[in-house]
Design a protein around this ligand. Structure first.
Ligand SMILES: [Zn+2]
Length: 337
């Protein structure tokens, strides 16, 4: 039953008053199932807005544990949550905000094997709140193959990007981007991030999500926004006729062909990741902000607070970690994937 106040007003009254949504739109929101992939800066704020807006079913997916430095931007966590799994802690907080929303927390690494849950849970929409291109290409494959709309969203430094992807109707992520070389993209762990850009991008993403669920036209262009300069660009995107994913229907990431491989090496406390060839010079420069970097004849050695690793010119990385999952997460954080 929907919560009403003493005057009999619906908790969604101010939203139902909007011509863009109305009571009909509100009903559609209640019926919807949305997956939030990544419960970090974008995921916490987006999930918070969705739950308050009255989305009926939400699936939270995240592999990470809350760290103190996450509190600067991950809006549903408090100091007492440090050390807890993100998806679980977010679920607890969000459920108190709205007991009517059915929230499910999945504490998994979204990869070619686990991504089937998006189809199993019959998601109407997938929201990318991740921090790496590999997972985004995987979501793209899954969404195009199963005809599920999804919204690409990113925020690093003071800049954010957003694109709504409707299978068969719009360009897909691979029409726009190739898999970047490891080390060529900035990540929040090396470049930092403002909490105002993550919350702004989440607000944009949630708005587009509400448009899709209420069966209205989403914004067609790629949005590029810099919150520091307040410059917003709307960039036209075109479907590529020979796109590997949306035209040729080859789902390389879903088949695991392009995934970063992790292999445990015995007895050394190190795990090997077989990544793509990195841009060593650019990476070295970026990593210097996070720890000590030594250039070697074979590549680089990095040592920071959390880990240390050897990265070879051919893309192989030997990283100090306890588990494969941790190794992949650390690789994504420092090298980028
Ligand atoms: Zn495409």
């Amino acid at each position: 039953m929907e919560t009403r106040d003493k005057k009999g007003q619906s908790r969604y009254n101010r939203q139902e008053l909007l011509g863009e949504i109305g009571k009909k739109g509100q009903e559609l929101l209640k019926e919807a199932t949305i997956a939030v992939v990544g419960v970090g800066a974008l995921g916490t704020t987006t999930a918070n807005l969705l739950v308050r807006a009255g989305i009926g079913n939400i699936l939270l997916i995240d592999r990470d544990i809350i760290e103190l430095h996450n509190l600067q931007r991950q809006t549903v966590f408090t100091e007492k949550n440090v050390g807890q799994p993100k998806a679980e802690a977010a679920k607890g907080w969000l459920q108190e905000v709205n007991s009517e929303t059915k929230i499910e927390a999945k504490l998994v690494d979204l990869n070619a094997e686990t991504i089937s849950i998006l189809k199993e849970k019959k998601c109407d929409l997938i929201l990318d709140c991740t921090d790496n291109m590999e997972t985004r290409f995987l979501i793209n494959d899954c969404a195009i193959k199963n005809n599920i709309p999804w919204i690409y969203c990113s925020a690093v430094g003071t800049k954010g990007r957003l694109l709504t992807i409707l299978p068969d109707k719009t360009a897909c992520l691979r029409c726009l981007f190739q898999m970047p070389k490891p080390g060529s993209l900035e990540t929040c762990d090396t470049a930092g991030v403002m909490n105002t850009i993550t919350t702004t991008m989440s607000a944009m993403q949630t708005t587009e999500a509400i448009k899709i669920i209420t069966k209205q036209q989403p914004t067609k262009q790629l949005i590029a926004y810099d919150i520091w300069t307040q410059e917003l660009q709307k960039i036209k995107v075109q479907k590529k006729k020979d796109c590997v994913c949306c035209s040729k229907k080859q789902f390389e990431f879903l088949e695991g062909k392009s995934a970063t491989e992790a292999i445990t090496l015995c007895g050394q406390g190190r795990i090997q990741i077989r990544g793509q060839k990195p841009n060593l010079a650019a990476l070295k420069k970026r990593l210097e902000k996070s720890g000590k970097v030594k250039a070697m004849s074979y590549g680089i050695h990095f040592s920071g607070e959390e880990t240390d690793f050897f990265l070879f010119a051919d893309g192989r990385c030997l990283i100090r970690a306890q588990t494969k999952e941790e190794a992949k997460a650390l690789y994504g954080k420092y090298v980028g994937n």
